[in-house]
Design a binder for this molecule. Structure first.
Ligand code: 3HC
Length: 282
């Protein structure tokens, strides 16, 4: 995978671009004109963090940045070997990019989505070659989290799956697991009901956010508590996954809590907007 394209330079897209460029590939990131600088800064900041902690040399950081171009021009993705879509969880937006990419890239290029809530087959079916489309689900923060979930569909070519799994393990140094194309895949099907249970507990006034989080950090050795994790993942993403789990399985415990909906309506999306269950504005 010499040339890799990433659609979207938000939290996930920037992290994906960083780990792939760190592994030596040339990476193009597609962003809206007004978000190009923010995407570049996001990547530079994360690399600076790795340099500061001694995980990356300054020279490797500079070389990594040189391999990344943030662009507004999708046509420059024509020579991509792999394109990973990491746009917000809006199906119509993702469908539009899969349709356009299918016309731009070579027929043997692989198209992946980082979606955490939309059935991958729907995106695959927007293309003329659904056999080359699969899910490549990264975890936040991407440079730190070891896992990539490879999501197969009813139409994907097993050789494409093997190629992407080998890329993720051998080139990116990640651990892979394989999931069928059902809501939540493996990890979010387990994680999101846990997070929404914590929101319900907080919503009912049963315990404070700090105590719920401290309980899981100090009682179960989780690196962060569930409400802080919601803030890290993004409340909009938590809501989208909860809605897709509820739509798929119809079981009440998958239904998103009212408070989660209201916080998303209010624009309290967590760390990325400065406010979620906690205040990050200072
Ligand atoms: N970008 C890059 N590196 C980061 C980072 C970021 N945003 N945040 C933390 N790091 C690095 C730090 O540089 C540090 O590296 P070092 O060990 O080399 O110094 C290391 O991670 C630990 O960071 P800190 O010491 O600052 O802080 P913590 O020890 O509290 O760790 C954490 C932060 C790694 C985020 C940890 O709290 C954690 O693992 N939290 C759980 C995260 C998680 O569960 N993610 C999965 C979410 S689910 C998901 O993404 C799927 C989606 O579809 C919903």
């Amino acid at each position: 995978m010499k040339n890799v394209g990433v659609i979207g330079g938000g939290t996930m897209g920037a992290g994906i671009a960083e780990v792939i460029a760190r592994a030596g590939s040339v990476v193009r990131v597609l962003e809206r004109a007004e978000a190009v600088d923010a995407a570049r800064e996001r990547i530079a900041k994360s690399l600076a963090r790795a340099v500061k902690s001694g995980k990356l040399s300054a020279a490797d950081s500079a070389a990594t940045l040189e391999r990344i171009t943030v662009t507004t021009d999708l046509d420059t993705f024509a020579d991509s070997d792999l394109v990973i879509e990491a746009m917000p969880e809006i199906e119509s937006l993702k469908l539009e990019y899969f349709t356009r990419l299918d016309e731009i890239v070579r027929p043997d290029a692989i198209l992946a989505t980082n979606t955490s809530s939309i059935p991958v087959i729907r995106l695959a079916n927007a293309t003329k070659h659904p056999e080359r489309v699969l899910g490549m689900h990264f975890f936040n923060p991407v440079p730190v989290m070891a896992l990539v979930e490879i999501v197969t569909t009813l139409k994907v070519d097993p050789e494409v799956v093997a190629k992407v799994a080998a890329f993720a393990t051998d080139q990116l140094g990640k651990v892979t697991i394989e999931s069928k194309d059902q809501a939540g895949f493996i990890v979010n099907a387990l994680l999101i009901p846990y997070l929404t249970s914590a929101i319900r507990m907080y919503e009912s006034g049963f315990a404070s956010a700090e105590d719920i989080d401290a309980g899981m950090v100090h009682g179960c050795a989780h690196p962060m508590g569930p409400l802080r994790l919601c803030d890290t993942v993004g409340l909009d993403v938590c809501l989208a996954v909860a809605e897709s789990l509820f739509a798929e399985f119809g079981e009440p415990h998958y239904a998103p809590p009212v408070l989660l909906r209201r916080m998303v309506d209010a624009g309290y999306l967590g760390r990325k907007t400065g406010r979620g269950f906690y205040d990050y504005s200072t």
